[in-house]
Design a protein around this ligand. Sequence first.
Ligand code: GTP
Ligand code: MG
Length: 552
Amino acid sequence: RLHMMGRGNLVKCLQKVDTFLIRNIGTNVALQEERDGCKSLYAVQAERLDQAERSVLISCNSRTNEKKFLKFLSTHGNIKKYFFYESYGTHAVVEFANRESVASLFEITTIPSISHESLVPFKSRLLTLRNLGLDNLPNQLSGQQSHSQTTIPINQLIQNLSGEESMDQQIISLTKAFQLTEENSRLRFLVCSLLKDIAAAFFPECTIKPFGSSVNGFGKLGCDLDMFLDLDGISGRDTKLLKLGMSLEYQMKMANSERAVTQSILTVIGECVDQFGPGCVGVQKILNARCPLVRFAHQPSGFQCDLTANNRVAMKSTELLYLYGELDPRVRYLVFTVRCWARAQGITSSIPGAWISNFSLTVMVLFFLQKRSPPIIPTVDQLRDLAGPADKSVIEGNDCTFVSDFSKIQLQSNTETLEQLLCEFFEFYSTFAFKRMSINIRKGKEQNKPEVSPLHIQNPFETTLNISKNVNATQLDRFVAVCQESSWLVQQNKKPTPSAGIKGNAFAPWGLSSLLLPSQVEGIKRKGKKRKWEPASDRIKNLLESLKNKNQ
Ligand code: GTP
Ligand code: MG
């Protein structure tokens, strides 16, 4: 029946199912079962890292003959998955079924012969395909579409969203347009695995794992790649039984503190990435930050990378965010939408500064969801109380324990729609007592502020820290003003009925799309003065003009 429906009808049908599931989330048994089958982040990472170890990244020509390319590679073993993408040229990610295939491929791979420059002879799984001039026919890659690694432009998104049926549907579409794709996710793990090969020169047992938005479920195409050099798996940490009353220890260099060790490891690995890492450019060692890191761009993937070490608490926060995102689909949809809205409104930025970070914003959404009646998600304390002995985790004296078995978590039957939740989010933070109160997802309740920062969000694991310490009063005021404006806008810009639509354009921005237009709060918000709202119609007219011109 699905075959006979045709693609258009099938998409409509699936959208209806999606909306139905969202509306009936509180009682939906199917979703509960799906949740019980969820993999922990730990399991997802292990599977992805294994795939990455069996993969190679090949820079090729867009006119490469795909069939011949695959035939050529298949002589080294079974190919499990492959795809092409564009980033400073065409690239292919090829995953073999077995690791031996990579070794076999290396046997026929040669070192380039360059006459004017000298090469660093560091071999990696980043390769270049040379066509011998026989296969350069146009559009040879058409059989396998090249996967985009970037999002659609915001104007295009606004137009697409305006054509949706409901605000719930707009929120779902926005998430689907911006979330990481399967291919992008694979590429992120592959870059970690390539980096691991460099670090393994010193620490053969190390792993490099992605954390943050690359894996927490809230990552948008184009987000940075946060990586964590994990040395905890190095063997020999357990005390061995004495044989004949003797034991052996490694002699090792000492440093003053764990931080000093992290800094020295990152100094050396950072230097290697800079000097030997193919495709790694613009390496900066930022070692005096609270969390020391090496920042660089990985050109073949187009990712901006941050490599850290000994950052286990951040890994735990990533796991926690992932768990919340998996508990109820509304969490991901809402976090995604709020992150996108905040970016479009200039509340967040890709440059670090006195503004709210995506991490803080995500915690604010989680807190709001804990405050619904009944709550949509449990508090961190409740998750800790459900933890089993294997979940126990204490990092540098901080209790980071929470349950890993999703099926132990019972959710309450809250049936609010995405539209209701988004509107309520704006209302909630329009009137939140930021002056006196701290946001606390451990308790699910606001607490008196322990210090005077304008915005206080308790770090869920290092509870004496404020994750939004960087935010100044101006940025917080702007956040509140934009929440107020958005709350008002969303009431005003309901979906136009066909007769009431702006003449000549069926895609007038309404609902979520009207919230992504640049804010007018700059200049309106003056201390002591009453706010005056600019009519949204002027902005909508301007946008329509720009869209019309684009389409001409
Ligand atoms: P984007 O990169 O902006 O898409 O989001 P992100 O969630 O990846 O944030 P970011 O790259 O700034 O940080 C990566 C991860 O580090 C976050 O997901 C958190 O787990 C952690 N992190 C970031 N900022 C803080 C902080 O202030 N305190 C703590 N404990 N962890 C943080
Ligand atoms: Mg990040």
